[in-house]
Design a protein around this ligand. Structure first.
Ligand code: ZN
Length: 139
């Protein structure tokens, strides 16, 4: 019996973009995060955010953000599985529900770190993020 439900494509249509947050907790991890950043820049059309050596927002460790469009997800998410340099990475969608995106909808690579002060993340947001790639992948 066919049930009437929205297509999977429709169900994910509220994902506007994604973030990958690359964490580093020691100088050694920071060095690996630099290597990962360079490797990403050479391969993917993404928006590399600046280094945050101090805690910011809901993040439990220093990090930088990689923002990317839906189309980039399939290859990038798979590539990160095998090239993350043993770093902890939080990959979350941006669906317009920031709190849920970080607490419920996220994928963690490696350990799961706490989400700090989640009550400060808005439950709903209608700010659509414009991804402006700042990498120039060579291939
Ligand atoms: Zn984020």
């Amino acid at each position: 019996m066919l049930s009437e439900h929205p297509s999977a494509e429709t169900e994910i249509s509220r994902i506007g973009s994604y973030h990958a947050h690359v964490y580093f907790r020691t100088p050694e991890e920071r060095a690996r995060a630099e290597q990962l950043r360079a490797a990403v820049a050479e391969r993917f059309s993404v928006q590399l955010g600046r280094w945050h050596d101090r805690l910011i927002g809901p993040h439990a460790a220093p990090m930088y953000q990689i923002a990317f469009a839906r189309e980039v997800f399939p290859v990038f998410a798979a590539w990160l599985m095998v090239h993350r340099n043993d770093l902890v990475i939080l990959l979350h969608p941006n669906t317009g529900q920031p709190r849920r995106d970080h607490q419920v909808n996220a994928i963690w690579y490696g350990e799961v770190l706490p989400i700090m002060n989640p009550e400060q993340l808005p439950e709903f947001s209608d700010e659509a993020e414009i991804i402006t790639p700042n990498t120039t992948p060579a291939r």
